[in-house]
Design a protein around this ligand. Structure first.
Ligand code: NOJ
Ligand code: CA
Length: 707
């Protein structure tokens, strides 16, 4: 036998072997055939799946299953008793979004798995293969032998095909407010200690624990993103890395007594998602997470509107002003008589000052004004686990709710409520309905809520099932009052804004506030769209033009790690239907020519084109404003200056447009000269191409309007 024949024989032999080791193997492809999902059972009836993209391994054979506490586990002893295949190709319109219509196109495999030794108890695993990735979930149908059960741990594996470059956050059950670490997966363990920086509530769980969305890049050029979709009534997913075998395994957030979930059949897990492509831009363009969520449950969505806002906020973050009215070391709601308390003279949320923000918003065509620190109780809760901190309806003596309602309404400005819960969720739920009624009565149609500090009931985590249920309760109750919600320190999103579009924003990452707490990495905003934003929009609060924080508070030496123009570009590169102009009116008034872009830029879109992208390096995006012939382009770079290649081929043909280019000044850089910029106007058509220089930590912002 010659060598060629021997290889053929060996290949045939291996093929037989692999088929034999996977019982009942089932295969489905993505509609474009680039992805192949294989499901099968290993020895002992253990369910497994694997995924390839253009014949390259994305996920090697990986186990699936659920370990339970009170009933026998759903890990092995399965036989495949039914398989069903189906397809869908439909389009839908998001209430607010990056595109006018979204295509939902997939092939589905639904496998029924029966444990014969457990009186035929069965579960189902549903796989959906899209052109941009895979989603799968566990389903627990109603049956005689399965009713209530407690999850000890979900045992879903993602066996990776190599030691990928990863953009990761330490796994934590309470916070995502970490700087992203970029490293090989094999370096996670060594880099973990430095990665875990202090936070007001944090619970790490493993020296190789990671959060999702986890973004990775393989040596053979694949971009892979792992996350979850439609997280409802279940615990939030984290991952633990087996760094010998490069296997990621699910870790669910425990409750106060260590359990990971309470389920009752019929029920289902959230979708586990793997977005994959050989182009980074495809990861940003993916709508897989939204497609795996249910259509909106609301009949009337006419009250859900995009919001561009300013707020009495940055002056407290920088330390210029305070949330608290006084310097009392201890206060008690209903006991402390604030009319007798000496004000500290730095309380920003006072009627006269809030009116200045309302005037600024009205003059510049913004929608709303947020006011933090308006209600009694701010003096003494931070860093403690105090139960009854706020009642969400009692203003400080210098904040006149009715007068501000009247003043804002007369100027066509909406007020944005602030509910800092201080993590005392029990107390928030006590007051929630009254608080929402108070909002309606006083002209507030949106609320920024916050969950700073450890959760009360004590021992619960920000990402456990208890809190997952709370966030959704606060959101659906708000909908009854036509209130939009922007929750900070809450769960990182999983596309639920499709189903509940009054979820107008979320924080759940290191936001701009950290620029005043020591700074964000220069590449931070080139990573966020590949990680945190895969789940949904972020209230990043960009637009800081005074990049030296000491200008507001001489004691604060932090500075913004980007140029001023980079701050403008973020309105396009970080998608959100809720965008803040984060800086103070007094500063914007000094930069009115640049502020024009923030005034103009849309927050809701008909179309989005990802022109260039590489996680950790650069992003250039062009978007078409909703129902307008206007386009906005944002380009950002990390610490490396670069030339952005900006095409205009998405513009309608045969017409000439005026592009206003807000560019970094020639001498600009984030650390030496961040405020240097230049504005110019050029004519463009669909055939134009622009090479635009971006400074170190810089950007470009462009508005394109019909002539
Ligand atoms: C943290 C939030 O992210 C920030 O925006 C807010 O101002 C403070 N908490 C106070 O609630
Ligand atoms: Ca925060």
């Amino acid at each position: 036998m010659n060598y060629q024949n021997m290889r053929k024989l060996l290949f045939f032999f291996l093929l037989l072997l692999s088929a034999a080791s996977l019982v009942n193997a089932q295969e489905i492809n993505s509609p474009d055939k680039n992805l192949t999902l294989t499901f099968g059972l290993k020895e002992n009836g253990i369910p497994t799946y694997q995924l390839t993209y253009k014949h390259k391994d994305v996920i090697k054979s990986s186990k699936l299953g659920i370990e339970t506490k009170d009933v026998p586990s759903m890990l092995e002893g399965f036989t495949v008793t039914k398989t069903e295949q189906s397809s869908a190709d439909e389009s839908w319109e998001p209430v607010l979004g990056e595109l006018k219509t979204i295509r939902n196109h997939y092939n589905e495999l639904l496998v029924t798995l029966t444990q014969k030794s457990l009186k035929d108890r069965f579960i189902r695993i549903r796989f959906r293969v899209f052109n941009d990735g895979l989603g799968f979930r566990y389903e627990f149908p109603e049956q005689d032998n399965l009713n209530y059960f407690i999850i000890k741990e979900e045992r879903t594996q993602f066996a990776l095909a190599g030691d990928h470059k990863a953009f990761w956050l330490p796994g934590d059950f309470d916070t995502q407010e970490y700087s992203t670490v970029t490293s090989k997966l094999s370096e996670v363990r060594a880099k973990m200690k430095d990665a875990v920086t202090a936070n007001s509530s944090q619970t790490t769980f493993s020296p190789t624990g990671l959060q999702t969305p986890l973004m990775m890049k393989s040596d053979n050029g694949l971009y892979i993103n792992i996350h979850e979709a439609a997280l409802v009534d279940y615990s939030c997913l984290s991952l633990n890395l087996d760094d010998k075998n490069m296997i990621l395994e699910s870790v669910l957030t425990p409750d106060a007594i260590g359990d990971k979930g309470y389920l009752q059949a019929p029920s289902k897990s959230p979708w586990r998602t793997i977005i994959v492509s050989d182009k980074a831009a495809d990861i940003l363009a993916s709508k897989l997470v939204l497609n795996l969520n249910e259509p909106t449950k609301y009949k009337d969505v006419s009250w859900i509107k995009p919001i561009k806002y300013v707020g009495v906020w940055w002056e407290m973050i920088t330390g210029k002003s305070t949330w608290a009215y006084s310097d009392l070391p201890s206060v008690q709601l209903g006991v402390t008589d604030y009319s007798k308390v000496k004000p500290n003279g730095k309380h920003a949320a006072n009627t006269a000052h809030v009116k200045e923000y309302i005037d600024f918003a009205a003059k510049n065509g913004l929608d709303a004004v947020l006011v933090e620190g308006w209600n009694e109780g701010w003096e003494d809760w931070f860093g403690k686990t105090k139960d009854y901190v706020f009642d969400f309806v009692t203003p400080y003596p210098d904040f006149d709710v009715q007068e501000l309602h009247r003043y804002a309404a007369a100027k066509g400005i909406k007020m944005m409520m602030h509910h800092e819960t201080s993590g005392s969720v029990r107390n928030y739920e006590r007051h929630l309905d009254t608080a929402y009624q108070f909002m309606v009565a006083n002209g507030y149609n949106s609320v920024k809520s916050g969950y700073v500090g450890n959760i009360i009931p004590r021992g619960e985590h920000h990402y456990g099932q208890f809190m997952v249920d709370h966030y959704l309760y606060a959101l659906t109750e708000a909908a009854k009052y036509k209130i939009m919600v922007n929750a900070h320190e809450a769960l990182r999103p999983t596309g639920l804004n499709r189903t509940y579009p009054n979820l107008i924003g979320n924080e759940a990452a290191r936001g701009t506030e950290y620029e005043a707490f020591g700074g964000n990495n220069v590449d931070h905003t080139t990573i966020l769209p590949f990680t945190r934003l895969i789940g949904g929009p972020m209230d990043y609060t960009p637009g800081i033009f005074q990049t030296k924080i000491s200008a507001y508070n001489p004691e604060n030496t932090s500075f913004v790690h980007s140029t001023l123009v980079h701050q403008m570009a973020l309105y396009v590169t970080l998608y959100s239907p809720l965008q803040m102009a984060g800086d103070l009116p007094e500063t914007y008034n000094k930069f009115m020519d640049a502020f024009q872009f923030i005034k103009d830029v849309a927050v809701d879109w008909d179309d989005t084109n990802i022109l260039e992208a590489e996680p950790g390096d650069y992003i250039t995006i062009a978007r078409k404003a909703k129902n307008k012939n206007e386009w906005y382009i944002g380009a950002i770079t990390d610490e490396n200056p670069r030339i952005a290649n900006i095409s205009f081929d998405y513009l309608p043909k045969g017409k000439t447009y005026e592009a206003t280019i807000y560019a970094d000044g020639k001498d600009a850089s984030y650390d030496k000269n961040p405020q240097s910029y230049a504005i110019r106007k050029i004519k463009v058509t669909s055939k134009s191409k622009l090479k635009q220089a971006l400074a170190s930590g810089g950007g470009a912002a462009i508005s394109v309007k019909e002539l």
